[in-house]
Design a protein around this ligand. Structure first.
Ligand code: PGA
Length: 252
């Protein structure tokens, strides 16, 4: 745990996992486990859109909140497969991930990410904005310039007073789902850079910066002990309620 005064956030990105019934069981289990002992971190789960309503119902009255995995920038219309901010809110979620690298790889552009951040905030949602470099970019020494570009674009329409509804997840693409976690030093260095660039528009002391990429119960504490790492966005390890709860507790 770092001692910055920022409350850590640990969010579980389930990606395309769990049916509705499995989501309900998982949330009930997670709620039960986390209720058994104290934890300092805020906790969120990001189920597939088919399970947002079930997850929100299973977690109602707890301090675990639900976020979608993506949002479309339009309010409604001919966008097959997409969901809007108002649909997400109506289903019971209070936030959404925006710009995950798996969606960027499928064609989501910087301009769309910026528009989606704006649409989510306008819709009353909290945002977990994802940024991160590829292995080729890291090896070419382009990590910082790449992150700077992604952040300046995504945050261009965010107002300073919205900082409390924004978390930025630094997720190096080479660490996602690979078991190749960034070292605490690498995570710290990149998260410090993310904070500095976000600081061009937002209070750097207030913005939450998370690390994501092969976070597990074994490496979470050391990662989140870094001064600029305010929590974690957890993929694979969030699918197991016990393991995810351990990561939550690792934040303090
Ligand atoms: P991972 O995924 O923890 O499975 O590496 C993280 C993410 O993509 O958010």
């Amino acid at each position: 745990m770092n001692d910055t005064g920022r409350r850590p956030l640990v969010a579980g990105n389930w990606k395309m996992n769990k049916t509705n019934a499995e989501a309900g069981d998982h949330c009930a289990r997670l709620r039960h486990i986390l209720h058994e002992g104290p934890h300092r971190a805020e906790v969120a789960v990001c189920p597939p859109s088919t399970s947002i309503e079930t997850a929100a119902a299973a977690l109602a009255g707890s301090d675990i909140w639900v976020a979608a995995q993506s949002v479309h920038e339009a309010a409604k219309g001919a966008h097959t497969g997409e969901i809007s901010a108002s649909m997400i809110v109506a289903a019971g979620a209070v936030g959404t991930i925006v710009g995950h690298s798996e969606r960027r790889a499928a064609g989501e552009t910087d301009a769309q990410v910026a528009a989606r951040v704006r649409a989510a905030l306008d819709g009353g949602l909290r945002v977990i904005l994802c940024v991160g470099e590829s292995l080729e970019q890291r090896e070419a020494g382009e990590t910082e310039s790449w992150l700077t570009g992604q952040l300046r674009s995504a945050l261009a329409q965010v107002a300073p007073e919205e900082v409390g509804r924004l978390a930025i997840a630094y997720e190096p693409i080479w660490a996602i789902g690979t078991g190749r976690t960034a070292s605490p030093e690498t995570a710290q260095e990149a998260c410090a850079h993310v904070r500095a660039v976000a600081g061009e528009r937002l209070d750097p002391a207030a913005v939450l910066v998370l690390y994501g990429g092969s976070v597990t119960p074994d490496n979470a504490a050391e990662l989140m002990a870094q001064p600029d790492v305010d929590g974690a966005l957890v993929g694979g390890a969030s699918l197991d309620a016990e393991g995810f709860a351990e990561i939550v507790r690792a934040a303090g």
